[in-house]
Design a protein around this ligand. Structure first.
Ligand SMILES: [Zn+2]
Ligand SMILES: [Zn+2]
Length: 466
């Protein structure tokens, strides 16, 4: 079946131009000057709308076990919600728990996702225990399993934490096999001391989650990760969920020095704050407990993060989608903020929330597309199959209506959450139609896809590897 998307403006990282896009089967097969495409096809009228590559969310945690419970979205509910929001690929984190065989952790993630996804998906691998076996496993995952990025934690001692020696060994391995090391950069040893001290003082409310994870301990860990990567012959390093100005300054300095260092931020750090959300009265703030934490509105974080997106010191916006319901899940931390499951759900809203940045004059249209789709594809070895509208690429396409409006609410979202982190937010734009591999799966708010149609995407090496 062929489909011609007519009348729209195609947006890519290099610019915007009026064009008609011809889709045949699962692929984009041609880009035509407006009105010059074949006439014997089905058409989709995109007049007055943007035609962009489907969003790629490079950081999600469906069904992640955390703090005695599980992230509330399954691969079924989470990828369907992603589709509604214009995201047609997710890269989730398979987990090797400490003491577990890496390949067993990966197999468990395939079992969760297989047959359940509405859009295409890939995996990063979390290494919860760096030792000889898991280092060997890194080679096998890169060579045979299509997994070319590994996440390590400088936080969560006793759970996912790796010490500096383990981090260095994993980085050296990545330097050898071409993988990217993704880093949760917070000094978890120091943070745990601050948490114990706060609890001993009787400071148990959600806001203390943020206050015990100060900016300095994110900046310090970011700096240390960058230095360790330098020692590992400039192993490619990608800082996840960067939230703070001084951590960004570390990344910017490394990049200015020509280092192979990249970073992402997330919508929550661009829009939400320590005072307004995490500091909400009573236990309400638990909805916004995530790590790294929301930062103070009295400092320059949000301004600096938007600037970092413009300057490419922040390459990507991902969600770190890790939803927990308020009832029974977030409530595990009543009376002790350290027991609140860490995470915010947002996989459905990233494309819209970043488009609002375009409307607000903080981001260009081209940068919008680049940070939500093209760079994630290039960074994580999915390009040019994904992340771009050009002949030969998968027909993952979003028709986006700049004249539409989106109101975010628990009443209308599709994520399996009993609240929204962005309740009441109004976006001056709207996802109109979503194609995944040529199939219209969302049109004017109605769902036409199906569970199980999403495919596993084995990934190659990063395009940014030098
Ligand atoms: Zn993390
Ligand atoms: Zn995460």
């Amino acid at each position: 079946m062929t489909l011609l998307i007519t009348g729209g403006t195609v947006i890519g990282p290099t610019g915007a131009s009026p064009a008609d896009v011809l889709v045949d089967g699962e692929k984009i097969v041609a880009i035509h000057a407006p009105g010059t495409g074949p006439s014997d096809t089905e058409t989709l009228d995109a007049t007055g709308k943007y035609v962009i590559p489907g969003g790629i969310d490079a950081h999600t945690h469906m069904e992640l076990p955390f703090g005695g419970t599980f992230a509330s979205d399954t691969f079924d509910t989470g990828t369907k919600a992603a589709a509604f929001g214009g995201t047609t690929t997710i890269i989730d984190f398979a987990v090797q728990r400490t003491g577990e065989v890496v390949q067993d952790g990966l197999a468990a993630w395939h079992a969760k996702a297989d047959g359940n996804c509405h859009v295409d998906y890939a995996f990063h691998m979390i290494l919860g225990g760096v030792d000889d076996d898991s280092l060997k496993a890194m080679d096998q995952l890169v060579n045979d399993e299509g997994i070319s990025s590994f996440k390590l934690f400088m936080a969560y001692p006793g759970v996912f934490y790796s010490d500096d020696g383990q981090i260095l060994r994993a980085m050296q391995k990545a330097r050898d096999n071409g993988a990217v090391i993704m880093m949760h950069a917070e000094n978890g040893i120091a943070i745990d001391v601050l948490i114990q001290q706060a609890l001993a003082r009787g400071e148990t409310d959600p806001i203390h989650h943020g206050l015990t994870r100060p900016e300095a301990l994110e900046a310090e860990a970011t700096h240390r990760a960058i230095m360790l990567a330098e020692v590992a012959q400039d192993c490619p390093l990608y800082i996840v969920h960067l939230s703070a100005s001084r951590a960004l300054a570390e990344v910017a300095a490394a990049r200015d020095a020509g280092r192979n260092v990249f970073a992402e931020t997330c919508p929550q750090y661009l829009y939400l704050t320590l005072e307004d959300q995490l500091g909400a009265p009573g236990f309400e703030g638990a909805k916004w407990v995530c790590s790294t934490p929301l930062r103070s509105k009295h400092e320059s974080h949000q301004r600096d993060l938007w600037q970092g997106l413009r300057s490419n010191d922040l390459a990507i916006v991902s969600t770190d989608h890790c939803p927990f319901c308020f009832k029974d899940q977030k409530e595990l931390g009543v009376g002790d903020f350290s027991k609140i499951p860490n995470g915010i759900g947002g996989v459905e809203h990233r494309v819209d929330l970043l488009y609002q940045g375009v409307v607000d004059g903080k981001l260009s249209l081209e940068r919008w597309v680049e940070t939500i789709a093209t760079t994630p594809a290039r960074m994580f070895g999915l390009y040019p199959r994904k992340g771009v509208i050009q002949p030969g690429s998968d027909a993952d396409i979003v028709v986006y209506d700049p004249n539409g409006r989106t109101r975010i609410s628990v009443e209308t979202h599709h994520m399996n959450m009993d609240h929204s982190a962005y309740e009441g937010y109004e976006i001056a734009g709207k996802v109109d139609t979503v194609l995944s591999r040529g199939e219209v799966i969302v049109r004017e708010g109605a769902y036409h896809g199906s569970k199980g149609r999403g495919q596993y995407l084995p990934r190659g090496l990063s395009s940014y590897l030098v």
